[in-house]
Design a protein around this ligand. Structure first.
Ligand code: LIP
Length: 278
């Protein structure tokens, strides 16, 4: 199997570099922008072009593989995500689209290959800062080909925590954000919001941050980060303490289990409709 995954990895790595150039050259140009689920949930022509290029390039090499892509999912009549046991590429062409719209350099391509729903390959690439995070199941996690490890932080009071505000104006979601910002700020070293779930997870993986929690994300935002964080030695779970479910729209990752447990005791919960809900 490893030769098959070698081929998958080389192909997706090459395509990610190719679409990365597109994002890098366009981040400071004028964009054509439209909205999706809320007035601040944006999509640009680059999101669509990057996703099409990736799906086209991967299907040419792996015609039997399936795709779950942010833009193809939200373009259709139903936004329901269907994840089968078949090899499936889960793609966020531009994670941090709001940052991209503004020219804020925290944007990335996030891609995971799931086989029988298990992540085998993951890439998170920030082409603006030229940070290429990669992982393969059982083979470790890397930043620009150098091995990475999570931090050793055990106490929430010493942690740098990533927590996102999200792109939704849903009152329940906004109350969740407000309450948890109030709870966390007085208890932690610092609170950060990069505007990209994938990059928040990449920061936990390389030890730049210690924890990341969000509810309201989608499978394409976190599928790659899940593998990269775990291969870097961290934990990925549901914010209530249960098992991580890529379709649940909820994620907590941390450098250590003890840190994750303290977050679970500290935060309130928000349960958005699942990605596979009708
Ligand atoms: C975004 C995430 C961000 C989250 C937003 C949104 P997009 O993805 O990565 O962390 O807070 O709700 O989902 O739309 O830029 O691909």
């Amino acid at each position: 199997m490893s030769a098959v995954y070698d081929h998958c990895f080389k192909t997706v790595f090459r395509l990610t570099q190719e679409v990365g150039k597109l994002i890098r050259t366009r981040i400071n140009s004028t964009k054509t922008i439209s909205t999706k689920d809320s007035e601040i949930d944006f999509v640009t022509e680059t999101d669509k072009e990057v996703e099409e290029t990736l799906i086209h390039g991967l299907s040419a090499e792996f015609p039997e593989h399936k795709f779950v892509g942010e833009e193809s999912t939200s373009d259709g009549k139903s936004q329901k995500v269907v994840l089968t046991d078949s090899p499936t590429w889960v793609i966020d062409p531009v994670d941090g689209t709001l940052n991209f719209v503004h020219g804020f350099p925290h944007v990335c391509v996030s891609i995971a290959l799931l086989v029988e729903k298990v992540p085998e390959i993951a890439i998170i690439y920030n082409p603006v800062l030229d940070q290429m995070f990669t992982a393969r199941r059982g083979l470790g996690a890397f930043l620009n080909e150098q091995p990475i490890k999570v931090s050793k932080t055990e106490e929430l009071s010493k942690a740098l925590v990533c927590f996102e505000f999200g792109c939704s104006r849903n009152p329940e979601k906004m109350a969740f954000v407000k309450e948890n910002v109030q709870r966390l700020v007085p208890q932690v070293h610092g609170l950060r919001s990069l505007g990209s779930a994938a990059l928040d997870m990449a920061m936990v993986a390389c030890g730049g941050a210690d924890v990341y929690l969000e509810a309201g994300i989608h499978a394409w935002d976190v599928a790659a980060g899940d593998l990269i964080v775990r291969e870097a030695g961290g934990v990925v779970m549901d914010p209530s303490g249960g098992q991580f479910d890529v379709l649940s729209r909820r994620v907590l990752c941390a450098s250590t289990r003890s840190l994750a447990d303290q977050m679970i005791k500290t935060v309130t919960q928000y349960y958005p409709p699942r990605d596979d809900a009708e």
